[in-house]
Design a protein around this ligand. Structure first.
Ligand SMILES: *Cc1c(COP(=O)(O)O)cnc(C)c1O
Length: 366
């Protein structure tokens, strides 16, 4: 099946991560032999890191005293950083999908921590942590696997526990008041137009103090998982070990583009528009339904849409892929007949309109 050329989006990448990287940022990368392949301890790369840190602080309007910390390994590594450097004895988790569950499991598996408190929702619903004795409270702002979005808010009744927000697919595409959390952490390969492999964490003074206390208290913290080492290196615009300079350049381009166009408000307006186009389409079409029933918790960056059983998702995805529209598959372990569209900041809403036209065209013929 060949979709008519005039219906196709200009860019067919709609994945939920790794996600669309701006073509201009990729092109610019090819011209940067002044910095690619040069020392990450020398001034040009440290200036690049400093610029990225400064722009993140600006994008998220980081409150006084919050620091932009970075390290290698992505959000998955940051869960282990948190296990060693932020959780004293016990964490409380709100789990509403795969990513939240993975962090809860890391905490549960650590032999030096107590069994965490886990409040788990059915797929497609939201669960925030239960008010139980704990020193870290954690959930994701956007659960990329199900398309459920959550508020970033200091819930009452948790004493002086630290709040940790996994913002990997939300950061740079959903609104946030960073003062409502202690650690706003994310990988850059979703809204932030970068590649995988780095983690960023915007840390409150309380989080920094906690990490320093735990470094004294714990018998052993692996160097690559020691948040204090990352904090101290980040203050010098470095990382403990060699970062991907190409990745930092891509992130720098994306941040420049976002800030030039109005910052987070600009990004949020785009993701809002793109996701609303898809949800209203899915509500009207007889073969589709939004997977997340409650509109208040529907994600504006990862849109999950169930398909009627007469339309096997694999067949639809195969047709689209042949036509250059890629990666709108559902999260694998969800096991649903579903599509999932990444509507991140880099995705032009006009491309989402084109995608909808392509879906209409294809569904009519299947
Ligand atoms: C993608 C994702 C992760 C994992 O990120 P990695 O960079 O692969 O470690 C974690 N949490 C959320 C919410 C995600 O979307």
């Amino acid at each position: 099946m060949q979709i008519p050329q005039e219906l196709l989006p200009t860019d067919g990448r709609f994945g939920s991560g790794p996600a669309r990287i701006h073509p201009d940022a990729l092109a610019k990368l090819g011209t940067r032999n002044d910095i690619m392949g040069t020392s990450h301890r020398a001034k040009p790369v440290r200036d690049l890191v400093a610029n990225v840190q400064r722009m993140f602080a600006q994008l998220f309007n980081a409150p006084d005293g919050y620091e932009v910390v970075l390290g290698n390994g992505g959000a998955t590594t940051f869960w282990d950083v948190a296990v060693f450097s932020l959780i004293i004895e016990r964490s409380a988790h709100g789990v509403f999908g795969e990513f939240g569950a993975k962090f809860a499991k890391e905490s549960a598996d650590a032999p030096f921590l107590e069994e965490p408190s886990v409040n788990e929702a059915e797929n497609g619903d939201l669960a925030l942590p239960k008010r139980e004795e704990c020193d870290v409270v954690a959930w994701a702002q956007n659960e990329t696997s199900t398309g459920v979005a959550a508020p970033v808010r200091r819930l009452g009744g948790f004493g002086d526990a630290l709040f940790l927000t996994d913002a990997t697919s939300a950061a740079g595409g959903m609104p946030v008041d960073v003062s409502e959390t202690d650690v706003y952490y994310f990988s850059p390969q979703k809204n932030l137009g970068g590649d995988g492999g780095l983690w960023f964490a915007i840390c409150s003074p309380a989080a920094i103090e906690r990490a320093r206390k735990l470094q004294d208290k714990r018998e052993w913290i692996p160097a690559s998982l020691d948040l204090v080492k990352a904090i101290d290196n980040s203050a010098k615009h470095q990382t403990l070990n060699t970062p991907s300079i190409a990745n930092l350049l891509l992130i720098e381009s994306q941040l420049e583009w976002l800030l030039e166009n109005g910052g987070l408000d600009f990004a949020v307006a785009r993701t809002e528009r793109s996701s609303q186009l898809l949800y209203s389409w899915a509500e009207k079409h007889e073969l589709t339904t939004p997977f997340v029933k409650d509109p208040l918790i529907r994600s504006q960056v990862t849109v999950t849409i169930d398909l009627d059983e007469r339309i096997p998702a694999d067949d639809l995805l195969a047709v689209l892929r042949e036509n250059g529209i890629v990666d709108i598959n559902s999260y694998r372990s969800l096991g649903r007949n579903q599509i999932r569209v990444g509507t991140f900041a880099a995705v032009d809403p006009a491309d989402v309109e084109a995608l909808i036209n392509c879906l209409d065209w294809t569904l009519e013929r299947m």
